[in-house]
Write a protein that binds this ligand. Sequence first.
Ligand SMILES: [Zn+2]
Length: 323
Amino acid sequence: MDSDIFSLLGKKIKRGQSVTLKLDIARLHTRTMIEVPVIVSRGKKPGPILLLNAGIHGDEVNGVEIVRQIIAKGYNNPDCGTVVCIPVLNVFGFLHKSREFPDGRDLNRVFPGSKEGSLASRFAYYLMKEIMPNVEYCIDYHTGASSRFNYTHLRIEGTDPKSSELAKVFGAPFILLSKELPKSLRSEAVKIGVSVLLFEGGKSLDLDRIVTRIGVKGALRVMQHLGMRDFTKELSNNNQQPYAEPVTLTESTWMRARYSGMFRTSVSIGTTIKKGMVLGTISDPFGEFEKRVIAKHNGIVICSNHSPIVYQGDAIFHIGFNK
Ligand SMILES: [Zn+2]
């Protein structure tokens, strides 16, 4: 697959060459062309082809920052193989600081897309046609939606031995085994043989140093493991986020608010909890009622809602556990 000439978006890229291509898909209503930069870096020797993708949801900026740092520090230049970086896939959402496309659609729910479909669907179609068939591995960077803060973890289905191996190598604190969402990039990429690691860390419209550090180091560990470049020096630097074997969680469940009101949590994400433990309180703003949120399972808090106000039924904690 990684031949002497790597063809992408109609360009031929030689070994040892680095180029920035543009995925031209649509215009804004002001006629401004929307370009999605695709940065391709080829090593001098053959090797695997890895895609680092972020910003499929335009407000999930931790991922954008992770891929930006990788490019800014030149970590995307491999000795062997090819690294393709897309720091901001959903440029429309990024412009508007929103998760969705201007047509209101979630790009990650319209794959594999269609040539004549909605704007988001066309976008998905071109990505599946032009980029995904040319890569072997993909790290797709996400964060929790709205105010929900995800403790850094990788999501894999757990059925592909290669993805499972790479998820361990990545070294995020947790690996959550989760079914691929239908019509997502992950589910469609897996169908054409791409090994996908889905990264989750932090919340939307927020930059978190610990999350971005884990995201960068994980990509370097994956590249090193695949034999693309030796990052021993970078990975040992000042000992931040040293490798620790991730804990695998096979199940997860959402806890929802039983009342509307002001929400305060009393546990940090990453905390191990026991059934019956008080995880927080929900109260009205007038001092009349205060209800405790009680854990229904033993497990680990992998996501916590940071919104100070919640409605009845809002997802407030995501608990991961093993049966
Ligand atoms: Zn996302």
